[in-house]
Design a protein around this ligand. Structure first.
Ligand SMILES: [Zn+2]
Length: 388
């Protein structure tokens, strides 16, 4: 379906370009001679050369050509049309073949052939953004509307592949639904792009980053969509690839990630509860699926100072990845919390949170016990610092 949609659009584009460039007079004169040299150059009559009409070649000229509009009409067989129809009849070929032949004759380049969809869908490179194609950021209200509509349109498509992907990673369907995670099937690319085009001005779509300067939807290779919900409203969206070997792993709208992921989950949480700060959607949702309150740092960049007030009334437990970058980040974040007189403990797992839960049958209990131990360790540290 997508293929033929694309094909039709391509033919339409070529047809328009041919009509702009073709010289109707020389086109029709290739096939027929004016029966009488008229003063008026806009029209002429000729003996009809259309093979399937089987004219005898005697009698009156039955073909009328309108050079102004490029149309023909055979009065004898009551058949007419434009140059493409005429070419079809003369060469006994399809409409598509007629377009392609005429485009080639006129040396019209088929731009869609040169650039496959995956390139046309590519997000604008930083370089192009710097060299003139800059977009003013979209205000939060409109950005939210673009996100919500995109999610809504995608949700009308088949979601099973995305749900299966997450379930294989131990995230249950209830958690998926609550987090509003949406799957974007690539085969619906054209349809989704069209729906977005119908709902928003191109300028807004480009400023949001959902569309690129080529006027194409940029969400193409990254199919799992994670909305950022703050005070019950979607404010941003990031997408993750589900396929191996796709780099970068992420795609997002313009502008930096504006909030902690899953921060809305804290709204109803009692003060002094434990809140885990983790890396990525998967870890955040893994904890959420097991009944732990968690917020996630996702994408490039780290914890921002202005996100801390929302965490101030909780006990924070860092559970970052056990690699060098994770350890470095943990040290830095800890200082950020301590300088604001917030309590923070660090959990050290052997792998990331998702791995921990996938490989242990009693992971939830073990995780709670490890948290308790980390909290105690922190208290001892705090006490010893005070006594110094
Ligand atoms: Zn005819």
């Amino acid at each position: 379906m997508q293929q033929s949609d694309e094909g039709r659009e391509r033919l339409r584009r070529l047809r328009d370009e041919i009509k702009e460039r073709i010289d109707y007079r020389s086109f029709y004169l290739r096939y027929c001679r004016p029966a009488n040299e008229q003063a008026s150059q806009a029209r002429f009559q000729a003996l009809c050369p259309v093979p399937s009409h089987n004219h005898s070649g005697r009698g009156n000229p039955s073909l009328s050509i309108d050079l102004g509009r490029g149309l023909f009409h055979c009065f004898s067989r009551d058949e007419g049309g434009d140059v493409f129809r005429f070419y079809e009849l003369m060469h006994d070929v399809s409409f598509g073949r007629a377009i392609n032949d005429l485009a080639r004759e006129l040396r019209i380049e088929d731009s869609s052939k040169q650039l496959p969809l995956r390139f046309r869908a590519a997000p604008d490179a930083e370089a192009t953004q710097q060299s003139g194609q800059t977009y003013e950021p979209l205000d939060a209200e409109r950005m939210g509307r673009v996100c919500e509509m995109f999610l809504e349109v995608c949700r009308e498509e088949e979601q099973a592949e995305g749900i299966n992907y997450l379930q294989r990673r131990g995230i249950d369907s209830r958690t998926i639904k609550r987090a509003g995670i949406t799957y974007y099937p690539r085969r619906a690319y054209r349809r989704i792009m069209r729906r977005m085009n119908e709902s928003f001005a191109l300028d807004e779509l480009q400023r949001s980053g959902l569309f690129n300067s080529r006027e194409h939807l940029t969400f193409y290779r990254h199919r799992l969509l994670f909305p950022f919900v703050v005070e019950n409203r979607v404010i941003y969206m990031q997408a993750r690839t589900t396929a191996a070997g796709v780099e970068p792993r992420w795609h997002n709208l313009r502008g930096g990630v504006p909030a902690l992921y899953n921060v809305d989950a804290l709204a109803k949480l009692a003060s002094n509860s434990i809140v885990y700060l983790v890396e990525g959607f998967t870890d955040t949702l893994t904890l959420a699926a097991h009944g732990f309150a968690a917020v996630g740092l996702v994408g490039a960049g780290g914890l921002r100072e202005d996100w801390l007030p929302k965490l101030a009334r909780f006990q924070i437990c860092l559970a970052l990845d056990p690699d060098e970058a994770g350890r470095r980040a943990a040290r830095r974040y800890r200082e950020m919390f301590v300088s604001r007189k917030m309590e923070v403990a660090c959990l050290q797992l052997s792998g990331d949170v998702n791995e921990f839960f996938r490989h242990r049958p009693s992971a939830a209990l073990e995780f709670a016990l490890l948290t308790e131990a980390a909290m105690e360790k922190r208290e001892i540290e705090v006490r010893s610092q005070k006594s110094e």
